[in-house]
Write a new protein. Sequence first.
Length: 142
Amino acid sequence: MPAVPPAAQPPAVVLDPSVAARLKRDAAGLVCAVVQQHDTREVLMVAWMDDAALAHTLSTGRATYWSRSRRSLWRKGDTSGHVQWVKRVSLDCDGDALLVEVDQVGAACHTGDHTCFQATELFRATGPTGPSEPPAAGGSSS
């Protein structure tokens, strides 16, 4: 039986230069990616992308991020099975953050929680917040 050749590495993907020119990266060359469930709008996690991660995400439809701890690319779900199928990617008005709308399969958080924001709630309003109610019809607006 012939030996099976090792799996080929995926070809390098280059980020569209017009997209790359609009990104405002931090000192490490990364852009913040806010990840949101596409249909419920629930924020699932925050991650980081370099140009290669964004290029892979845009070209494959699978969320790919830069792991700051491992210092390498990681495609969400490759080891856990908790895949993020990308539905939409938007760049904010300043170019320093991405909104990645996904269809999340399984838990989004590495702890096994559905989102990375379940563990610690720092504040919850218990009553009215913001400006006072507008004046009643016919009232003055001084």
